[in-house]
Design a protein around this ligand. Structure first.
Ligand SMILES: *Cc1c(COP(=O)(O)O)cnc(C)c1O
Length: 224
């Protein structure tokens, strides 16, 4: 049995080694620990180990957790599919939404952030499959959608987000994301980040330029 502290430092060591192997520095890396399915206490334990960036994928679970932990300086990253009717709740605690994947959600986020003092950070979630019905923005639609995002003053476009689609295709997927990111960055220099890489593929994602790693089980252990 390993402890939480051992798993965290083990992952950080692997991140550092992967970065060194591809000649990158850690300056622009945000390691997000995904705490879905785990109680608020696990967030406290991670916080005590220095973690500040946490990821959640369901508002029903994240909202009460964030509220219970309000006194801590946690940065909450919302990474799951977001129903438009939950947008209002999510923007109360989330500093960033990684799963902006459609026009209707953009409109909802614009509306619920209208009164906000600091802009909400958003990543455009990519659809890397040929299946138009899958969630996410296709590479060919990225720049047009990005124009609509940057037109909303209360949203700050940070970059692209992706979940590798199929086992065995991670390499191709991360390459598509890197290409999409290059095109986005050429138009919007601030939108330079790439949210990609999970427990099973973060080292590969790092070689393709990932900046925001979303790591769950490799750190937290299996869901409670
Ligand atoms: C759960 C989840 C993760 C973390 O997955 P692990 O395999 O546990 O590291 C990352 N991204 C998203 C969108 C998730 O839902």
């Amino acid at each position: 049995m390993t402890t939480l502290a051992e798993r965290l430092s083990g992952i950080d060591a692997r991140i550092a080694a992967a970065l060194e192997a591809c000649g990158r520095t850690g300056d622009e890396i945000t390691r997000i620990v995904v705490t879905k399915f785990h109680p608020a206490q696990l967030v406290r334990d991670l916080y005590a180990l220095g973690v500040r960036d946490f990821g959640e994928n369901r508002d029903q679970e994240a909202a009460p957790k964030a509220e219970e932990l309000e006194e801590l300086d946690c940065h909450w990253h919302f990474i799951g599919q977001l129903q438009s009717n939950k947008a209002k709740s999510v923007v109360r605690y989330a500093d960033s939404v990684h799963s902006l994947d459609r026009q209707s959600l953009l409109e909802s986020l614009a509306k619920v952030t209208e009164e906000r003092a600091n802009p909400l950070d958003v990543f455009i979630q990519m659809n890397l499959t040929q299946d138009e019905n899958r969630g996410g923005i296709s590479p060919g639609d990225l720049l047009r959608f990005a124009e609509a995002v940057v037109a909303v003053p209360t949203l700050r476009l940070r970059g692209v987000m992706a979940v590798a689609s199929l086992e065995g295709q991670e390499e191709r997927d991360f390459e598509l994301v890197a290409e999409a990111s290059d095109r986005l960055r050429a138009e919007h220099s601030d939108a330079r980040f790439i949210s990609a890489g999970m427990s099973g593929d973060f080292e590969l994602a790092l070689t393709y330029g990932a900046t925001h790693l979303r790591i769950g089980t490799a750190i937290t252990g299996n869901r409670a």
